[in-house]
Design a protein around this ligand. Sequence first.
Ligand code: FEO
Length: 178
Amino acid sequence: MMKKKLQETFNNQINEELYSAYLYAAMRAYFESLNLQGFANWMRIQVEEELFHARKFVNFLFERGAEVKFKAIKEPQTQWGSPLEAFEAAYEHECHISDCINKLSTLAVNEDDHASRVFLEWFVTEQVEEEANADAMVQNLRLVKDAPGGLFMLNREAGQRVVSPTIVADITGAPTGG
Ligand code: FEO
């Protein structure tokens, strides 16, 4: 059985992941309003990533016989000064989530809950990718600065991003072949 403090912190993390989905949905709306549909697509996929993360936490708590609590999700920011500012905010947010996951891992170790520690390893690795994905967008946007041609190209590239097969399988229940 998971200790109460750990259960509570896991539940807080579910809220963090759902807030992440909400924040990226707001960023998608911001890009839609600018008619930058490639960046909007990038954010749409990110929403799916976050919902997948939240479901992973929920399922783990169910498996452990722990209580799942859905807390109020705070209102996200809805406007940014530029596409670069929005992606900078996304990168900073991912750094915050990495910090949450690290603290949760430390707590799992301190509570001697090794099932939780092993479960959280997936998220530790995932956060490296999450930070890198957002940071790559920030770096590219800094490179093109305000050049319309560069922005057009990056927007088009972001439009190519697709939902990962793992997430599709999680949503549809389709076999992954693994
Ligand atoms: Fe769930 Fe983007 O971290």
